[in-house]
Design a binder for this molecule. Structure first.
Ligand SMILES: [Zn+2]
Length: 287
């Protein structure tokens, strides 16, 4: 059964480790992430962007697929199904469809409007025991056509949103979606520390986990980051493994064109990436 991300993130925050959010795109992605979490005894958050939700035929299909897998794969570790960078309307749709967690990304609104909309969603999710992630300070780079400016969040605005009663808070601290440019300045740990100081024991969320050096990840966790989003890295490892298979001409040998064979190396590559991240984040054995 799907669970809210609240308990797993509060435990992570207290225990100084982070739970990975891995974004899903299809059946192979979902199965790879769930099986790896189960094998490693790790809690996990499955992220679905609005674009990926559309791609998978809508939120109802996603909920049906994930619930079916939890049962038929015998998954017993805590799993949250989470809307990533949701609009207000998208969050409402996912609450209706059976998601156990939603993010409302109001970072592009003026802070007053972000607060108003977040407040309403605190009420709606609270009634149903669904966890809610809010965002302050747009995260750089591009996600599903939404280009963020890479702002550094204002810690006082973070406190204003945290005080509304959200479950976890994403704040821009120089992180970027997608691959990091050569001249990237690194994470703003001063801002991160200030945000945590003002928000108390609020679990903080680090978006754009692909390509952040391991020592920065560990330092971010030590400063209160309890959820780290990974998306691009699984896409890159899936694509590389699939490319190797095709370039080796394996799809032309025997029944190598069978999708169950063709997609197998990419599936294993996702599993390996998820395992590597769970070990780095410290969530192994914490289910
Ligand atoms: Zn993000």
């Amino acid at each position: 059964m799907l669970v809210s991300a609240k308990e797993m993130l509060q435990k992570a925050h207290a225990g100084k480790y982070a739970v990975g959010q891995f974004n899903i795109n299809n059946l192979e992605w979902t199965k790879a992430i769930l099986l790896t979490a189960q094998e490693l005894g790790s809690p996990v958050i499955l992220g679905v962007s609005e674009g990926a939700g559309k791609y998978m035929c809508g939120y109802g299909t996603v909920v049906g697929m994930v619930n079916g897998m939890l049962k038929e794969l015998g998954i017993t570790v805590p799993v949250a199904l989470h809307l990533d960078h949701g609009s207000y309307e998208g969050a409402l749709a996912c609450i209706e469809a059976g998601f156990s967690s939603v993010m409302f990304d109001g970072s592009h609104y003026p802070i007053e409007e972000n607060i108003e909309k977040t407040k309403e969603l605190v009420r709606l999710t609270g009634e149903r025991g669904i966890s809610l992630e809010a965002e302050v300070g747009a995260i750089g780079g591009e996600e599903d056509g939404v280009v963020g400016g890479g702002e550094v969040a204002d810690p006082n605005e973070c406190k204003a949103i945290a005080d509304l009663g959200v479950t976890m808070l994403a704040a821009g601290i120089g992180n970027i979606h997608g691959k990091y440019p050569e001249n990237w300045a690194g994470l703003r740990f001063d801002t991160l520390a200030e945000i945590q100081k003002l928000t108390g024991d609020m679990p903080l969320v680090l978006h754009g986990g692909t390509g952040i050096p391991e020592d920065m990840i560990k330092k971010a966790i030590s400063l209160g980051v309890s959820k780290i989003n990974v998306n691009t890295e699984c896409q890159l490892s899936f694509a590389a493994a699939t490319r190797t298979y095709i370039e080796a001409g394996k799809d032309l040998q025997g029944k190598g064109f069978d999708p169950r064979k063709l997609l197998a190396p990419g599936f294993e590559a996702i599993k390996a990436t998820v395992k590597e991240k769970m070990e780095l984040f410290g969530s192994v054995g914490k289910a």
